[in-house]
Write a protein that binds this ligand. Sequence first.
Ligand SMILES: Cc1cc2nc3c(=O)[nH]c(=O)nc-3n(C[C@H](O)[C@H](O)[C@H](O)COP(=O)(O)OP(=O)(O)OC[C@H]3O[C@@H](n4cnc5c(N)ncnc54)[C@H](O)[C@@H]3O)c2cc1C
Length: 464
Amino acid sequence: MRSLWLEEALAGAEDAPRLEGEERADVCIVGGGFTGLWTAIRLKEHDPALDVVLVEADVCGGGASGRNGGFVLSWWAKFGTLKKVCGADEAVRLALASVEAVDGIGAFCREHGVDAHYRRDGWLWAATSRAQLGAWDETLETVEQYGHSPFARLDAGEMARRAGSDTHLGGVFEPTAATVQPARLARGLRRVAMAAGVRVFEHSPMTKLDRSRPPRVVTTQGSVRATKIVLALNAWAAALRELRRALVVIASDVVATAPVPDQLAAIGWSNGSCISDSRMLVNYYRTTLDGRVVFGKGGGKLAFGGRIGSSFDGATPRGDEVAASMRSLYPSLRDVPVTNAWMGPIDRTEVGLPFFSRLGGRDDVLFGVGYSGNGVGPSFLGGRMLASLALELDDEWSQAGLVREPVGSFPPEPVRYLGGVLVRRAVERKEAAEDAGRRAGRATLLLAGFAPAGLVPLKKPAAT
Ligand SMILES: Cc1cc2nc3c(=O)[nH]c(=O)nc-3n(C[C@H](O)[C@H](O)[C@H](O)COP(=O)(O)OP(=O)(O)OC[C@H]3O[C@@H](n4cnc5c(N)ncnc54)[C@H](O)[C@@H]3O)c2cc1C
């Protein structure tokens, strides 16, 4: 079973051919999600004569790009970490660029006639328990120190009004965010890339990265030798030995309801705004153009050794849990049926930011990974960074502060998996206690504190 998004976007579409035989190219991109496709388009914009091949294991958009919540967010909520990783000036530049990316995606859709249901109605960063109130304070203060105020504070009444439920106790609003039907965007990017001359091969998984010179991508039925290879593999990159310790792969799980436009209109929540709360096992939700609620929850199953396999595809085993979270936040929608449920892998880095660099220090094999659940907007910038690296340009993108090796590393297996399971359970206990208006025990808080960065910075527990 595909995501609701991809099923809709693929209806009647023809797959690209499989790669068969030996090919040569200037650039071979591996992975046909947002990162790979934006990189391909950027390369062709720079030099239409460049021979660009893209190989995708499934269909373009079959990975996270066709399964996500469709939140198009900036990096302002990550400003504190961006500043630590890149320094203040570069953090401001990248945060501003990430806002331009949100607009850039809308402009791309308009220019190329991509009907991705782009709606720029903002993001509500909410508290859905008292313990979450003020989770945003430190970020807002830090951002304001640098003269920017991308967020507006909302009191409980205003937050509840905009979210359509008084389970929202307060929060902030970032007006520059958008939502999209993400698979429509991915398939639109594929169309534009192919029209620009990118040679796309679907159902052609890379089975081996031949680290020869020049390097070669080997697929089930063919191979591509290329001057440059760009690995745009998202969580699947955790299988590469060079990146194994940089990523934890964890599922995010999503349900969609039947269309209920009248009920959404009645609660005053039917525009394109997106909402997430301030927990580690984050709840994220939005409405669709045809009046459904799409509701996701982070922090699902972990992949042992970064191996994903088919257990991250198809229907989520957490569907009932995710639906229960939706109903507890929207009691008025408790009788609305859930019609679709799916899941996908998240490429979490320790600091919650992506990195774009040279695999094993080689100039001819590049990678971009680690969006950590915020990749729809930022992959627009990732494509610029990877294209500039592939073209060996000396510009603001090849020199960007996130063009570096991933910061931080996770322990080796089996410690990472077993530790991850323990930490995840502790986070679950901590957040259940907070939902019930209690404070979790010290041991639970201590263990939960080992969780890597989430979608948004979390409030630190007050000292006892
Ligand atoms: C359920 C879910 C909800 C999310 N919600 C949001 C959200 O609302 N907002 C947001 O900003 N981000 C969200 N994200 C994250 C976002 O989807 C990703 O950061 C973004 O799609 C990354 O794009 P990508 O191109 O790097 O990865 P992908 O789209 O995953 O592309 C990687 C591609 O590589 C292919 N591939 C894998 N192995 C091979 C191989 N061996 N050979 C060839 N191809 C291969 C895969 O099939 C896949 O198509 C969510 C993710 C998930 C899973």
